[in-house]
Write a protein that binds this ligand. Structure first.
Ligand code: C2E
Ligand code: MG
Ligand code: MG
Ligand code: MG
Length: 279
């Protein structure tokens, strides 16, 4: 919810402290420093199999522990970073961090689960993205299928290019998920052309699931479509037991949402994944 104020000033609204602002330049410097000083942190949200209730993956979601402003959520970071042409800095951080985390679990002999990272259009469409993913994988020495890249329809500004990037990523062996599916336009066209592995049903459909017949029908259709196209399908924003049960009945394989676990810091996700087996 970063709002523009004049041309060079941005206001970040903070529900507790009223509002604060960054100058564009300050934001840029702050973000660079934040990366250097380790003020950016990945939170992890579990993704579960609705059949086994086991954790089958994690989504990495960036947080900024700002020394003055407290915890800043992606909604207040990403759009600004995009606008300032800094999204690739952020993308690099997230990719490397996720791969290093996997590598550290591997070194400790812990069982690995897939980590999904979000890339913004700037990251994804930049000419070096495939090389960066490749580097992150080699440096951390983890198998590529443990990394999943989440894209959104906004990547399709340049459809041909987006498809060629996806094909190269496929060749590396990483997984690709289409995030927020159903939220935008032309979804079916992308579904037909994009070489992806997984559909993430947008949480707006899940939200009304129990009250709105149409949402239930649309979700049902998306799940069938995914199965027919041999895609995995995961429901986002599952907040209640009833929603989870309903989705299971509709043969949705996987789910993610507050009901199963909120995005949490490393310490907590390790406890959830590995119990007390801390080294
Ligand atoms: P997303 O990729 O669709 O991520 C899911 C968002 O939904 C997360 O918000 C998560 O906290 C929230 N969520 C999960 N379960 C529930 C639920 O049961 N109910 C509700 N109401 N919300 C739920 P978050 O962490 O604030 O991230 C927002 C968006 O920011 C993400 O949406 C993603 O598009 C973007 N984002 C997050 N981290 C990164 C990043 O590292 N890089 C980039 N480029 N974008 C990111
Ligand atoms: Mg996502
Ligand atoms: Mg999403
Ligand atoms: Mg999103």
């Amino acid at each position: 919810r970063a709002k523009e104020k004049g041309k060079n000033n941005y206001v970040l609204y903070d529900s507790e402290i009223g509002h604060r602002y960054f100058e564009k330049l300050t934001f840029e410097q702050d973000l660079r420093h934040a990366i250097q000083l380790n003020h950016l942190e990945l939170y992890y949200q579990p993704q579960v199999s609705l059949c086994s209730q086991m954790i089958i993956g994690l989504e990495a979601l960036v947080r900024w522990n700002h020394p003055k402003l407290g915890l800043i959520l992606p909604g207040d970071i990403i759009p600004l970073a995009e606008e300032m042409g800094m999204a690739t800095l952020l993308g690099d951080f997230v990719l490397q961090q996720a791969c290093q985390q996997l590598s550290s679990w591997k070194a400790r002999g812990l069982p690995l689960v897939k980590i999904a990272v979000n890339l913004s259009p700037q990251d994804f469409l930049s000419h070096s993205i495939v090389e960066k993913v490749h580097q992150a994988l080699t440096q951390s020495n983890i198998e590529p299928h443990y990394l999943e890249i989440e894209i959104t329809e906004s990547m399709a500004m340049d459809v041909k290019h987006a498809i060629s990037v996806m094909e190269e990523l496929n060749q590396l062996g990483v997984q690709i998920a289409m995030d927020d599916f159903g939220k935008g336009y032309s979804s079916l066209n992308y579904l037909k052309n994009f070489p992806i592995h997984r559909l993430k049903i947008d949480r707006s459909f899940i939200h009304e699931l129990m009250v709105d017949q149409n949402d239930a029908k649309i979700i049902n259709a998306i799940i069938h479509l995914a199965h027919i196209l041999n895609l995995e399908v995961i429901a986002e924003g599952v907040e209640t037991k009833e929603q989870a049960a309903f989705l299971y009945d509709l043969k949705c394989n996987e789910a993610q949402g507050y009901y199963f676990g909120k995005p949490m810091p490393l310490y907590d996700i390790e406890e959830l994944l590995f119990g007390n087996k801390r080294i």
